[in-house]
Design a protein around this ligand. Structure first.
Ligand code: 13P
Ligand code: SF4
Length: 302
């Protein structure tokens, strides 16, 4: 492993490359990355970097967003097949139908979406900024795509707007089971429950804190509590335990593994740095249209 890390470090210098990794990547990938974070943080880093090559250890929509925000950089995906199923759970036709029926509606698109969906959207959001952006929009009606659970969660805090939902979901978060959560709570009565808003309402209603991956990490790190039940993908455990070695973490269910995120490995990072394969390529037409909602997100989230 030391050998792989050394080669990665050397290639990074030679090629002026930077490695970005999401909190759901394997721990050894997070350990070697230059920047680790949630989707919002990583999009901002991708926009601001002076590196010539961005190696994005994440899933396809993250690499696409980095390329859209930074067209002159070469963006490489360590795992070409790493994709987010939810990103495909709304269609351009769904959006067109709602726009025809409600011309006043703003289409708010979770960043976990294809570049094509972003092209027909008014603004992007991540779980870290969604309520703030939904509130800031002048429109009274919002179509939220593709995640039904995140959309419904936001609609509870943004009560002066009418929401049109879509039936997309994250298969990992949607699999959290209420009975299992209740039995974890019974087994650890002092534990604080922290959940990602991609989880279903039956999980969120038992949660003490609901937020993005970085929100959960901050909440846990700032908390005086010693035990936590975590309802999100298990990759977050690396940062949680690194920052909080004296705290205990329990996870709900054996299924909380995003297999796409786990396709990123030190070996695959080294390979793309060597070969520069798996480059993210987006046509100018799509890139220019998809840039508009992404830039609007960055503006409104300030
Ligand atoms: P955040 O890291 O933005 O909370 O997103 C979670 C997620 O599912 C990324 O795919
Ligand atoms: Fe997509 Fe869910 Fe994996 Fe995140 S955890 S990348 S939303 S499948």
């Amino acid at each position: 492993m030391d050998n792989i890390i050394q080669k990665i470090e050397q290639l990074k210098k030679e090629k002026n490359a930077v490695i970005l990794a999401h909190y759901y990547c394997p721990g050894d990938v997070q350990a070697l990355a230059d920047h680790v974070g949630d989707s919002f943080y990583l999009a901002k880093v991708a926009k601001g970097t002076s590196a010539d090559i961005i190696v994005f250890a994440g899933v396809k929509f993250m690499g696409e967003s980095a390329k859209i925000l930074n067209p002159d950089k070469k963006v490489l995906m360590p795992a070409a097949d790493a994709d987010c199923p939810m990103a495909h759970m709304a269609t351009v036709e769904d959006v067109a139908k709602v726009r025809a029926q409600y011309p006043d509606a703003a289409v708010v698109c979770y960043i976990n979406s294809t570049a094509e969906l972003k092209c027909v959207s008014d603004v992007c959001v991540t779980s870290a900024n969604a309520p703030k952006i939904a509130k800031a929009l002048p429109n009274k009606r919002i179509m939220f795509i593709p995640d039904d659970n995140l959309g419904k969660h936001i609609s509870k805090t943004v009560t002066d707007k009418e929401f049109i939902f879509n039936n997309g979901y994250c298969p990992i978060h949607a699999a959290f089971d209420e009975e299992e959560l209740l039995s974890e709570k019974a087994a650890h009565p002092d534990a604080v429950v922290c959940s990602h808003p991609e989880s279903r309402e039956c999980i969120l209603k038992h949660s003490d804190y609901i937020g993005s991956t970085s929100g959960i990490i901050k909440y846990v790190t700032d908390s005086d509590a010693k035990e936590f039940i975590i309802c999100t993908e298990v990759g977050i455990d690396y940062e949680l335990t690194t920052k909080n070695p004296d705290k205990k973490f329990y996870y709900v269910g054996a299924k909380c593994v995003c297999k796409d995120m786990k396709l990123n490995t030190p070996e695959s990072i080294l390979r793309v740095l060597e070969t520069e394969e798996n480059e993210v390529l987006i046509s100018d037409e799509i890139r220019e249209k998809a840039l508009i909602p992404l830039e609007r997100m960055l503006e409104l989230a300030e």
